[in-house]
Every structure is written in structure tokens, then in C-alpha cells.
Write a protein that binds this ligand. Structure first.
Ligand code: LLP
Length: 431
């Protein structure tokens, strides 16, 4: 099984963290998001421990909550000692509601509104990651109106082209995120920031993309960023406190994905950080990384009930489920790979080639095409693996479908962390 929280039990059913998924589907209904709390906590610990080992604790992982945001996940990652990254007023609000101290929140985004910036400043968010010059001026203005000095960092485009899907690549020059190094835009922003009296730039941030399955782009990014630290020190006399190297570590969606164990990224990047700082005769900054997908992705699965099966001879076999692009738009958007299996027949051979179709009025509403599963019948439970990241968080109400419930499982127990929506929820804001 691609995730260590999964196994096939004695009944031939898929089990997650000691819970039989067929029983979960019976108890909570489908579609259902199921997250292994055990694996999430283990992932957090692996990152935290890596910082102790590689940076003598002078660094910390930040959970990028765009991957999966709800109150309970903020409580979990905080209890494991991680900071939290948010990218909207909504994520910020949820994190604050969950009790995350504002000083441990990092606020990202390429076009934060005045309202969002004000909300962040009024609540004392610890690190506003400024994306562009216009935002720098907005932060200065709001901070001066509130008579406070805010700590910010700047998002830099390091010019690294990571090999991943073009929609989730962000480090190269042609990106809507961040300030450019090559054109001098980033240096200019720092020059202007130095003159501002209501903000102080504590560090720099970068993020080169997502689902990256190699170490080298991360190593190069760290080197580029530290050379820029040196340049800024020499040209402007600014010495930063921290460097945030972003997230993007790939996970297993199928057996074919060769995800690098986190410890290996951490070791490779830390070696480059130490070596570069030594060469540049620079003190090591405090290091942050910002993983999202790799904290929650493999820990989540989605359970569906199989409905209509349409076998079109010589063409394909459509196996329709009671979910679709409204709970998981990633195949429709990126043609993402997934592993699918019948949870109630997990012990049987996967010798049936299926195209898993959703229930939305849209031909492209598919979860996977031509994928091998066990021979299906109406009423079977289909499990899609590695759906813990960017599934619930990207869900919609397309066709007025209801966003499913999300449960956490741990050592054979289960509990609801997000209730499933109801029809009343759908019309709540309708006039
Ligand atoms: N930090 C920043 C500034 C980011 O933009 C992102 C992801 C992360 C951290 C976390 O990256 P991760 O460790 O999760 O790869 N919806 C797409 C992924 C978009 C990623 C956006 N930014 C998907 O479903 O694949």
C-alpha cells in the first residue's frame, strides 16, 4: 500500500489506522474524507525531528494549510510544534478560531486585500509575507494608521524552474508570485522597505512549486537565496533573521511516484545551507520550510459508493461514484494520478479497467481513467488514496452537491472533524 496507515485486513477490506473502511462508510455515509491522525502526527514529527538533527533546532516547519484547512488540523500541527501558513482571510480566521497564536502565523498571498491585511495586522500576525511593492506600501500604510511596527518577510522568485505540472510551478521568472531577483525588483523593494518606519523585514521567503520529486531544485534554491542574503548585507547593510525555503515535497499518488523521504531533502538542503553560509562567512539564519501536501496528502483517502456501471464495448468502462470533481477536482484540473481500489474487495485481484466518473453534469468530471480496480458491482465502496491534500480544500458545491464530511481516524477509533453539509447549508446565503 502506498501509505503506511493503510492495509488490507483479515476480512479483505481496506483498513486505515486500524479502522475498517467498509464500516466507516456504513457509519458515516459516503462520500467521506478519511484522514489518519496517526500518519499526520508522524509526518509532523519527522519534520520537527529533522530540524533538531540538521539545524540543532534553529529552524521549524510551517504547515501550509492550503493543503487542508479546518480547525482540527491547526490544533494537531500546533500540538506537534509547527507554525502555520495561511493564504486568505478565511484560513487566517480559521487558524485564529482554532487557537493558533497569531505570532506563529505566516500570511502568504499574491494579492491580499486591504481588508485581509488589516485583519492580519489588527490580530498581530507574526509574519506577513509581502509579495510585491504595492503590498509593501499597503502594509506600511495600515501599520502606520494603527501605530504599530509589523514584522514582514519578502517573497522572492529565485528563478528556479522545478519539474512539476506547469500550474503548480512558482519559482521561475514568469510567475504571478513574488519579487524578481534578476531584474533588481527584490533589491528595490528592500531599499524602499528600509526607509519605512512601520515595518521591518525579518527574512526572505521562496517557494518553487509543488509535488517536486527531486532534491536538486531545493538545494539550488537555498544556494541562490543565501547568495542574495549576502548581496543584501553588502549593498544595504540588512542582515535577515530567517530564510523560509517554502514547501513542495512530493508524495506517492501511485506506486510509480518516487517520492524522496523528507529526511533526505532536509539533509541535502541543510548541507547546502551550512556550506554556503560558511563560504559567504555568514551566520546561519533561522530556517523555515513550509510543507502542505507531504504533511496530510498520504494520510487521507476518500470513500465513495459505486453507482451506475456503463460498459461501452471497445471504448471504456465507466464506473460512476457518488462524488466527483466537487469533492476532488484534481483530475479535471491537472490529470493527476491516483490509486483507486474497491475497499470491500481489497483482497481480490485488480483485473478490471475502469474510468471512475463523478456525478456532475460534465464529461470531464472524472477521478481517473483506465485504472485497474477489482471487478465492481453497484453498492461497492471505492477508495481513492492520497486525497488528504488539496481535495477537501479545493472542493466546491458545483451542481449544488454537498461537501462531504471529514473524519479523523487514530488507532482504531474515528471522529468527525468537519460535518457534512446539508441542503440547508446550501441555501443559507440565498435571498
Ligand atoms: N508555500 C507556498 C507559498 C505555496 O504556494 C505552497 C503551495 C506551499 C507552501 C505548500 O506546497 P506543498 O508542500 O503542499 O507542495 N492545488 C495544487 C497544489 C497547489 C500548491 C500551491 N502552493 C494541487 O492540487 O496539486
Amino acid at each position: 500500500m502506498i501509505a503506511k496507515c493503510l492495509r488490507v485486513n483479515e476480512a479483505g477490506h481496506l483498513e486505515i489506522s486500524g479502522c475498517d473502511t467498509v464500516k466507516l462508510a456504513e457509519q458515516y455515509g459516503t462520500p467521506l474524507y478519511v484522514m489518519s491522525e496517526d500518519l499526520i502526527r508522524e509526518n509532523c514529527r519527522r519534520y520537527v525531528t529533522s530540524f533538531e538533527k540538521n539545524y540543532s533546532g534553529k529552524g521549524k516547519p510551517i504547515y501550509a494549510s492550503k493543503a487542508f484547512s479546518c480547525k482540527e488540523i491547526y490544533r494537531i500541527v500546533r500540538s506537534e510544534g509547527m507554525d502555520v501558513e495561511v493564504v486568505s482571510g478565511g484560513e487566517l480566521y480559521t487558524a485564529l478560531q482554532a487557537g493558533v497564536p497569531a505570532s506563529h502565523i505566516h500570511f502568504q498571498g499574491n494579492n491580499k486585500s486591504l481588508g485581509e491585511l488589516t485583519f492580519a495586522i489588527e490580530n498581530g500576525v507574526g509574519d506577513i509575507v509581502v509579495d510585491n511593492l504595492s503590498e509593501l506600501h499597503k502594509v506600511e500604510k495600515i501599520a502606520s494608521e494603527h501605530n504599530v511596527v509589523v514584522e514582514v518577510s519578502l517573497r522572492i522568485k529565485p528563478g528556479i524552474d522545478a519539474h512539476t505540472h506547469e500550474f503548480i510551478r512558482t519559482g521561475q521568472i514568469d510567475s504571478k508570485f513574488g519579487l524578481d531577483l534578476e531584474s533588481g525588483e527584490a533589491m528595490e523593494a528592500l531599499r524602499q522597505a528600509k526607509e519605512m518606519s512601520h515595518l521591518v523585514v525579518k527574512g526572505l521567503h521562496c517557494h518553487i512549486g509543488s509535488q517536486i520529486l527531486e532534491k536538486t531544485p531545493f538545494v539550488h534554491t537555498a544556494e541562490v537565496m543565501l547568495h542574495f542574503f549576502d548581496q543584501v548585507r553588502k549593498e544595504l547593510g540588512i542582515v535577515f533573521t530567517f530564510l523560509n525555503l517554502g514547501g513542495g515535497f512530493g508524495i506517492h499518488y501511485t506506486e510509480q511516484d518516487h517520492a524522496v523521504p523528507y529526511e533526505e531533502y532536509m539533509e541535502a538542503v541543510s548541507a547546502a545551507v551550512h556550506k554556503t553560509c560558511e563560504e559567504l562567512q555568514m551566520d546561519l539564519p533561522y530556517i523555515y520550510i513550509e510543507p502542505g501536501r507531504s504533511v496530510v496528502g498520504e494520510a487521507g483517502i476518500t470513500l465513495y459508493t459505486v453507482g451506475t456501471i456503463k460498459e461501452i464495448p471497445g471504448i471504456r468502462n465507466y464506473v460512476a461514484i457518488d462524488g466527483g470533481m466537487f469533492d476532488n477536482p484534481r483530475y479535471a484540473l491537472y490529470h493527476s494520478d491516483y490509486t483507486c481500489l474497491l475497499a470491500n474487495r481489497a483482497g481480490e485481484p485488480a483485473d478490471y479497467v475502469a474510468t471512475i466518473a463523478g456525478k456532475c453534469c460534465e464529461s470531464g468530471d472524472l477521478i481517473q481513467e483506465h485504472t485497474a480496480i477489482q471487478h465492481p458491482q453497484e453498492g461497492d465502496i471505492l477508495a481513492v488514496l492520497s486525497t488528504g491534500a488539496y481535495n477537501y480544500s479545493m472542493a466546491s458545491n458545483y451542481n449544488r452537491n454537498l461537501k462531504p464530511a471529514c473524519i479523523m481516524v487514530s488507532q482504531g477509533t474515528s471522529r468527525i472533524v468537519i460535518k457534512g453539509e446539508t441542503y440547508e447549508d446550501l441555501v443559507r446565503n440565498d435571498i
